[in-house]
Design a protein around this ligand. Structure first.
Ligand SMILES: [Zn+2]
Length: 255
């Protein structure tokens, strides 16, 4: 692994612990950007402790292989797709150890596909095709637990980026919502009207609308790969008045 750039000591954006050896951590991994992303575009990074950096890398690798089929082998994201497929093919390995790791991953995914193929009552939107030529007719879960961890990370990271280094402290909780686009209209309207947006052309769009009286309370919209995946999230105080909490969540229809 390439040597990571060290940053001055301070709190980790994700776990908030003080760390003497902070590293740059990309909120969206570099491999998630298509080749069309301009080379001079800042690929948002934040200070992170080495533990969070490693932990999230595993989550992201595991999710990207599952997102791959939705991305597809054609169009602007084919390089992202190609990287994923290569990550499970031993012929692209750097050395024998790496080849073994890639083959193990492929076998693990194939076992998962086998198990899924035997299940008949799966909700269809939880399923994605893996999409390599060999595995094309098959499908993989996107585990909710991993998506929760990714959402937590994206929210913390993009809060830091969009709100001038703001950290979300332990009084707050982050909740993820997966919605059909038509159900997300109220959230999108709020973010469009009151929020701050940023994007990397053709790759990732992020919208954040914060409460007027509390910078940490916010609604989030993440649009990955030009509408291939949407993640919505709220950041609210854990001790918020339950009535108010429900009023806010009424904006966010049930999953
Ligand atoms: Zn950390």
């Amino acid at each position: 692994m390439a040597r990571r750039k060290r940053l001055p000591p301070g709190p980790c954006t994700y776990c908030l612990k003080h760390c003497d050896e902070l590293e740059r951590e990309h909120v969206f991994p570099k491999s998630w950007y298509p080749d069309s992303t301009p080379p001079n575009a800042w690929k948002w990074w934040v200070p992170s402790c080495p533990e969070c950096n490693d932990k999230y890398q595993k989550v992201e690798d595991e999710l990207l292989v599952r997102f791959a089929s939705g991305i597809g082998p054609y169009g602007g994201f084919r390089t992202v797709y190609k990287r994923v497929i290569q990550s499970v093919r031993s012929e692209f390995a750097r050395d024998r150890k790496d080849a073994r790791k890639r083959e193990e991953k492929r076998q693990r995914l194939l076992r998962e596909i086998d198990a899924l193929d035997k299940m008949t009552d799966l909700p269809p939107r939880s399923i994605l095709n893996l999409g390599s030529a060999k595995l094309s007719a098959h499908r993989l879960w996107v585990p909710g637990k991993l998506l929760n961890r990714l959402t937590e990370k994206l929210v913390r990271g993009m809060t830091y980026v969009l709100a001038d280094g703001l950290l979300i402290d332990s009084r707050y909780e982050i909740t993820k919502f997966l919605l059909r686009p038509e159900d997300a209209v109220p959230i999108i309207r709020i973010v469009e009207r009151y929020g701050k947006k940023d994007f990397r052309e053709g790759a990732i769009k992020v919208g954040r609308a914060a409460a007027f009286d509390d910078m940490q309370t916010a609604l989030y919209v993440f649009d990955l790969w030009d509408g291939k995946f949407f993640i919505y999230a709220t950041v609210m105080r854990k001790d918020i008045d339950p009535v108010l909490r429900n009023e806010i969540l009424c904006l966010v229809p049930a999953e």
